[in-house]
Design a protein around this ligand. Structure first.
Ligand code: HEM
Ligand code: HEM
Length: 221
């Protein structure tokens, strides 16, 4: 049974979103900032539109799981800032998706397979949503940058938070307080302990228990 902070569905959706968002942020910025040949720009924009439109139902699923998670786990005092930034990422991603759809001045073509109608036609509204899409993608880029810096900072200081987003089910991937540890070597950050430390502690415990049972049976003779 997995004992991680997030469910497998949340982890899978996190990595899917990370891929789609990082790719579309980079590709979108690249075609906007650089002098890209028109054919390449057209292809990359069409690819981004298809990919991000297909991503919308997955984002909705992820948002529902997030709301359910927040209802069951209220963040501790040390987790408030991270929880706030994560919620902001959800909000801004939602804004980027909505403004992207509403700024479309043509039907949305998904990989030549599905065509969704253009929702707005008034030029001032289209222009307004284009500006809102640009501003919200910039804000999302900033938040993703902060998120990645925070992950690197935690990892470098020994707080192995990447394990929260990994699929492994080894005992040392379990959250705080769920390991069986030797009290003499217990550290305040149990989740930082390496697999070797955990295995050593479990072996020490087992050896101690077998010594105690041998002493008890000798005393009983
Ligand atoms: C390679 C890039 C990324 C890495 C290494 C990474 C790593 C992580 C880790 C380790 C956590 C768990 C934090 C914790 O609760 O302890 C996390 C959570 C989270 N990450 Fe990322 N992340 C990446 C990209 C992204 C991107 C691009 C986004 C979205 C824009 C994102 C959004 C989130 C959110 C919203 C959470 C909160 C948990 C949830 O509801 O899924 N991450 N990430
Ligand atoms: C995760 C969601 C999305 C991300 C990260 C994203 C990212 C970007 C970025 C960085 C740009 C360049 C912004 C600029 O003009 O400075 C852009 C432009 C654009 N995006 Fe998005 N986008 C997303 C979703 C969507 C969606 C859902 C649509 C429409 C269905 C869309 C349609 C467009 C269009 C048409 C452009 C303008 C291209 C041009 O100016 O020629 N985007 N996007």
């Amino acid at each position: 049974m997995r004992q991680n902070k997030y469910s497998s569905a949340q982890i899978a959706l996190h990595w899917l979103s990370a891929f789609v968002i990082l790719w579309s942020l980079c590709a979108g910025t690249y075609v906007t900032l650089f002098d890209v040949p028109p054919g390449v720009k057209l292809t990359l924009t069409a690819l981004n539109i298809s990919l991000t439109t297909l991503f919308i139902p997955f984002f909705l699923m992820r948002a529902v799981l997030r709301i359910d998670y927040l209802r069951k786990h209220s963040p501790g005092p040390g987790e408030l800032l991270a929880a706030f930034v994560h919620n902001l990422i959800y909000l801004v991603t939602g804004l980027v998706l909505v403004t992207g759809v509403l700024m479309m001045d043509r039907p949305i073509v998904v990989f030549d397979w599905l065509t969704l109608p253009q929702l707005l036609t008034r030029p001032d509204l289209l222009q307004g949503f284009h500006t809102a899409h640009r501003n919200s993608t910039e804000l999302l880029g900033l938040l993703v940058g902060l998120h990645l810096l925070a992950v690197v900072k935690h990892e470098l200081s020994g707080n192995r938070i990447l394990q929260h987003m990994s699929f492994q089910t080894l005992p040392w991937a379990a959250p705080l307080g769920m390991h069986k540890v030797n009290p003499t070597t217990r550290s305040s950050r149990t989740s930082m302990r390496s697999p070797k430390h955990i295995l050593d502690a479990q072996r020490d415990d087992a050896q101690g228990a077998s010594r105690r049972s041998q002493q008890a049976s000798r005393a009983g003779r």
